[in-house]
Design a binder for this molecule. Structure first.
Ligand SMILES: [Ca+2]
Length: 193
């Protein structure tokens, strides 16, 4: 075997390794701003998030219950008709699969009959909210930090709204470490010969 062929084989090996490793080492950027609620902003404003127009003194940045860092976002209701939360608009790619998740903790959450409850919600946004694209399963009762998630195809949407809320229930909920990422392709290795 001459040096030319040895060089070709070495080059081919390097290319094969890169092709095999690329799906493993690739990662997706978290598209959520201030995802861990560590940037407090000014009074009643949370950097990166918009507080929904709800009832006064029901939402806050909390420094007692947290999943990571020093702060979480908290909603506490004493009235079962209350509906409060935060949201942000996020630009995404069309025709792409995304996964969204959040860490959530609850205390004494009791929901009304027609409540949507505790959710991370993804909605279409074409000038106004036009429908749900994804939502995590609702949560109730008392529970320690757990991660809830959902996946969805973006379809023709290039802008979405991500909301965290407590709808029509009493009790307290904490949210932390929100994540929205593009799904990484796992099937590339099948094309490597
Ligand atoms: Ca945090």
């Amino acid at each position: 075997m001459n040096n030319f062929f040895i060089l070709k084989i070495k080059n081919a090996s390097v290319i094969c390794c890169l092709l095999i490793l690329s799906p493993i080492i690739s990662f997706s950027e978290n598209l959520v701003r201030n995802a861990g609620f560590e940037e407090k902003g000014t009074t009643n404003l949370i950097t990166g998030w918009v507080v929904m127009p709800g009832q006064a003194n029901t939402v806050k940045i909390d420094d007692k219950q947290l999943h990571s860092g020093k702060f979480s976002f908290s909603i506490s209701h004493t009235n079962s008709t209350n509906y409060n939360g935060v949201y942000q608009r996020i630009a995404i790619k069309t025709n792409t699969m995304y996964t969204v998740s959040v860490w959530v903790k609850g205390k004494d959450i009791v929901l009304s009959e027609k409540a949507n409850g505790v959710k991370l919600y993804i909605g279409k946004l074409t000038g106004k909210i036009t429908g749900q694209m994804a939502a995590t399963d609702t949560q109730k009762g008392t529970f320690d930090w757990k991660r809830v998630k959902a996946s969805f195809p973006s379809g023709d949407q290039s802008l979405i709204i991500l909301r965290l809320y407590l709808h029509k229930g009493v009790g307290s909920v904490w949210f932390d470490d929100v994540e929205l990422t593009e799904d990484t392709p796992q099937s590339n290795t099948a094309d490597v010969k």
